[in-house]
Design a protein around this ligand. Structure first.
Ligand SMILES: [Zn+2]
Length: 586
């Protein structure tokens, strides 16, 4: 589609808050244009002392006729009329970006279309009119050069934060684009010197380790689900049809049209990677990082009992859904959005999280704990060789919906220190801590069905404080005064009912915590203690039940449950490749 003028009513529909007010905003506008042009490489060069920004891409390039009107008021190649505005899928739909940039700075564009013709260099005045035009020999793609930004807008320059903060904003813009468009390779320079680089790859699983240096590809799990957007199947009869009530003349798509949506989730495995702040739960919708509070909440609560205390997940969720589900205008700068049928999307996100947390045999076999060289090194080598993907073995498999995850066949072979179960499987062996594995099993049972049963006779406790009584009532127990300083507990959580330490257990619950914490405490109390001797069938049964939990990786306190020894690592440790003679059992 070529660039043309926008009808005036469409212009007015575009959120008015769109202004270019920072270095980062310029970088974002130009990079989004590069992405829309289908670029696979983008180079951003910053010269802050000259207020100069240059963005070069290898995208489709712009024809001369389009270049001539590219910076005039309200031209865009992305929207035809108001109907299109509600089907927005491309990023730079505002159309005014180049015009605004011409007003705010000195603008010049070099461009050569990928499949035809010559390269052109155009210089624009502050009205966006072409003042110079000449043919140039350049590679296909587009280079946009912005100089003397805000030169005539002293107040805007003065309103900006210090340079370091501005550069951090620029970095955040690039990081977010890199997550949303993992296939693109980014080179960012300052004053002709390399600043940072992100090597394009298949999914954001390979991007995150380039942004968070302590995280390895192995610490992350990538899941992709294709889901129907229009879910009219019988198991979800309550989903209402979408209402097209924004404009009277807006026609809905045919009732029977089946639309596809996609969820891409990269999740830090809770036994391996988490943050001390809630700063890495990122949600993108159709290529743009947004604030989607409902979805962020879904992710955080789904992982609440899998992470250690006061630790937070690493998670990047990318939803690709039909645009009419999205209302971008919840916030004028389009950073916060509202999704229609939010419960449906939340349930699909939970499904994706569940798949990511499973113990999948392939994924486990793919792990090679001996890869110590930093991912950056691998990537740098790949970059030099011009191969834009990292070695296959570090890429975990992608599940498509319906593949089924399968379970690793674990066989209990013994017990160490009456604490660890040794389990073997076709590719190695695991040590599983018996208490926390059992605790995970019980916790999931208890939280799925929290049952309070009558105590006959009641348990009588003394010296309970007001707060303890309230706490017990909060988690659902029935308590009556029973005399001077005595209280009768008339109901108790089902798993505790037959226990001899029931009174102690209830006292423990009275000390505080929410319902979830109470459920964890009950699970912990009822789980097999470490130090208990188990028979092989008992161990096997525990392993089987534990493997089938929703999140077998960590206990409800966030501690890892198992330690894996891969056969290939053992072979290396014992130097089994030293072929000396057949007598060594090789
Ligand atoms: Zn415990």
């Amino acid at each position: 589609m070529s660039i043309h003028l926008l009808p005036i009513d469409v212009i007015h529909l575009i959120a008015a808050g769109e202004v270019i007010d920072s270095l980062a905003a310029v970088v974002r506008e130009l990079c989004e244009n590069a992405i829309d042009a289908g670029a696979s490489r983008v180079t951003v060069s910053l010269f802050p002392d000259q207020w100069r920004i240059q963005v070069a891409d290898n995208g489709t390039g712009i024809e001369l006729a389009d270049l001539q009107v590219a910076a005039t008021a309200h031209s865009t190649s992305k929207i035809d009329d108001r109907e299109d505005l509600f089907h927005i899928t491309s990023l730079g739909f505002r159309g005014e970006a180049l015009h605004s940039l011409a007003q705010l700075a000195n603008l010049e564009i070099y461009s050569r279309p990928r499949y035809s013709g010559d390269g052109w260099h155009l210089v624009y005045n502050h009205q966006g009119e072409v003042t110079r035009q000449q043919e140039v020999a350049i590679a296909p793609g587009t280079v946009i050069n912005i100089e003397n930004l805000f030169g005539a807008w002293e107040a805007r320059r003065e309103g900006l934060p210090n340079l370091n903060q501005q550069l951090r904003q620029v970095q955040a813009v690039i990081y977010h684009l890199a997550l949303c468009y993992p296939q693109i390779s980014w080179t960012i320079e300052q004053q002709h010197r390399p600043w940072f680089q992100i090597v394009g790859s298949k999914t954001s699983q390979q991007i995150i380790p380039q942004l968070l240096p302590k995280v390895r590809v192995d610490d992350l799990q990538y899941v992709e689900l294709n889901i129907p957007a229009f879910n009219q199947t019988e198991d979800r009869p309550n989903l209402e049809p979408i209402f097209y009530n924004r404009t009277a003349d807006f026609s809905a798509p045919a009732e029977d049209s089946i639309e596809e949506a996609k969820i891409q989730l990269t999740l830090g495995l809770p036994d391996r990677c988490h943050r001390h702040r809630l700063d890495w739960v990122k949600v993108a919708v159709n290529g743009r990082i947004v604030r989607a509070p409902e979805l962020e909440q879904t992710i955080v609560s789904a992982l609440a009992r899998t992470l250690p205390r006061d630790r937070y997940p690493v998670c990047f969720l990318h939803l690709q859904i039909p645009p009419h589900y999205i209302d971008w205008n919840r916030h004028p700068a389009k950073v916060e959005i509202y999704l229609q049928q939010i419960e449906y999307w939340q349930s699909q996100v939970l499904r994706a999280i569940d798949s990511a947390l499973n113990l999948d045999p392939e994924e486990i076999n793919d792990r090679d704990t001996s890869i110590t060289s930093r991912i950056g090194k691998l990537l740098a080598v790949a970059e030099q060789q011009g191969a834009y993907h990292i070695p296959n073995r570090s890429i975990s498999p992608t599940f498509n919906d319906g593949d089924g995850l399968g379970l690793l066949e674990l066989r209990a072979v013994g017990q160490v220190h009456n604490t660890y179960i040794i389990a073997e499987h076709s590719d190695g062996l695991w040590l599983v801590e018996q208490h926390i594995a059992h605790e995970r099993v019980l916790y999931e049972q208890i939280s799925a069905a929290w049952q309070l049963l009558p105590l006959e006779p009641p348990i009588i406790l003394s010296h309970l404080t007001e707060r303890q009584i309230e706490q017990l009532q909060d988690i659902g127990l029935t308590i009556d005064p029973f005399g001077e300083g005595l209280w009768a507990i008339r109901t108790a959580p089902a798993p505790l009912l037959m226990r001899e330490d029931l009174a102690a257990a209830i006292t423990e619950l009275s000390w505080g915590g929410d319902l979830q914490a109470a459920q964890v405490a009950v699970a912990c109390r009822c789980a097999i203690r470490n130090g208990t001797t188990l028979s092989l069938p008992e161990m096997q049964s525990l392993l089987d039940r534990w493997q089938r939990t929703r999140n077998p990786r960590t206990c409800p306190h966030g501690r890892p449950i198992y330690l894996s020894f891969k056969e290939s690592s053992l072979a290396r440790a014992f130097r089994r490749h030293w072929v000396i003679g057949k007598s060594h059992g090789i």
